[in-house]
Write a new protein. Structure first.
Length: 92
């Protein structure tokens, strides 16, 4: 399929700094706040790759999450062009 709106879901590869990456992995953080420059949609998957900003390289750690809810701006205090996404681990 060529039209992205016809695709049931897409996977987005995203950098994630160590502190939020560990919070996601532990289950304490269950959302992602991002500039929505990718057209995030329900059921998309987020491949979060841990990024070390000091070394400017990936650590090799990564996890996959499924988008279960999206709230996009401009409303509810979310700026236009940004989204807050509820996520759950893809394997759970």
């Amino acid at each position: 399929m060529t039209d992205q709106d016809e695709t049931p879901w897409r996977q987005h590869e995203l950098k994630c700094w160590p502190s939020p990456f560990r919070a996601m992995r532990s289950g304490r953080k269950t959302f992602e706040y991002r500039l929505n420059d990718r057209g995030f949609r329900l059921a998309d998957t987020l491949l979060l790759k841990e990024w070390d900003p000091e070394k400017r390289e990936y650590t090799g750690e990564e996890d996959v999450y499924v988008v279960t809810y999206i709230l996009s701006g401009p409303k509810f205090g979310i700026p236009e062009g940004y989204s807050v996404m509820s996520v759950r681990p893809a394997n759970g």
